[in-house]
Design a protein around this ligand. Sequence first.
Ligand code: AMP
Length: 380
Amino acid sequence: MRLLIDTAKSSRTVLLVVGTVCARTTGTITLQRNCARNMSTHIKDIPVIRDVRSMRDFSKRLHRASQSIGLVPTMGALHAGHLSLVRQALAENDHVVVSIYVNPTQFGVNEDLNSYPETWDSDIASLRTLNDSIEAQRVPCASRISAIFAPTTKAMYPLQPPTSEIDGPGSFVTLSPLGSILEGASRPVFFRGVATVCMKLFNIVAPDNVYFGQKDVQQTLVIKQMVRDFHLDTTVRILPTSRDADGLAMSSRNVYLGVRRRAIAPILYKALSAAAECVASGHRARVDIMEAAREVLLAEQLRQAKLDGEHRVLFDVDYLSVADRESMNELDQIEASKGAILSGAIKVHALEQVGPDELTGAGGDKIAVRLLDNVLVPAS
Ligand code: AMP
């Protein structure tokens, strides 16, 4: 069976041989003619799909052709960490769908939904560049980013406007107690929102594999539990945290950090690394491990406290944790055979005073930034 496919711009034609070996030309195999009806946008060779039916049709056609699909869910504002997930997905699937959707239900009522960075043009440019680089390598049958799924909120939450209220109406996926500890204690609707939107995405895209970053370790466990408990037919792949050279975990929210706040931002990773070194040197008791991390954070807080408002950066420690690698329950003692997750979150406050020549981040360093990070203690 042969399908003749062309891009919306008719710039080139690609031949897909279904049921035998995929015959990929330099063009992108996207089955675009079939999806074009409901597509509201089309960016060069990567179609942008905005509604559920088109996304489903797209996936169904690929599955019928025995093509595998990897899904990388994101909220946009893409950075190298996101792209590392996409690269891995490309290595492991015939087709990759990147979703870009800022999901309102995972933001609490007082959280930063309205100020969450939106960088649509540069996101699309990054994904196109990645596709172009694959094309330039001319590897036969290499996978491409085959679609960007960027649904509207009406498409994702059809019945009513989504709520951020904890008791608000709606259909939600909750995972208890995993979703209400640590990050979930600080952000009570967060994991409900994440699990709900991922359930929707998985149902719509029907991916064979889904890709998540180790950076959000509790999120990875929530997703794994959801997939297991609801018998979802997908494999969860977790990839290492991408970091800047000084150790700061890449994050979309880092754009809010101007030079002054950016300089102290790696402190959380330093603290967790100190805790990990403490474990590596033979300590197993929670008190010792916590102490190693706290010392690093406290020393920085004291150093900052001595400076005046035009020079200092104030931050609070939200939590530090030494936890089980599956349940994230706190441990008094690390068992060598099980390992542990060392994690934490700090809130870097808005600057009190900004100097006239100071290089500020997006939002003028007036937005508090919550940083989270983790380091794994491997089982031995
Ligand atoms: P977000 O757009 O922040 O919701 O993140 C989308 C996906 O990218 C999630 O699976 C994150 O865990 C992952 N991610 C975010 N930052 C990083 C990073 N620095 N390294 C690896 N993965 C990341």
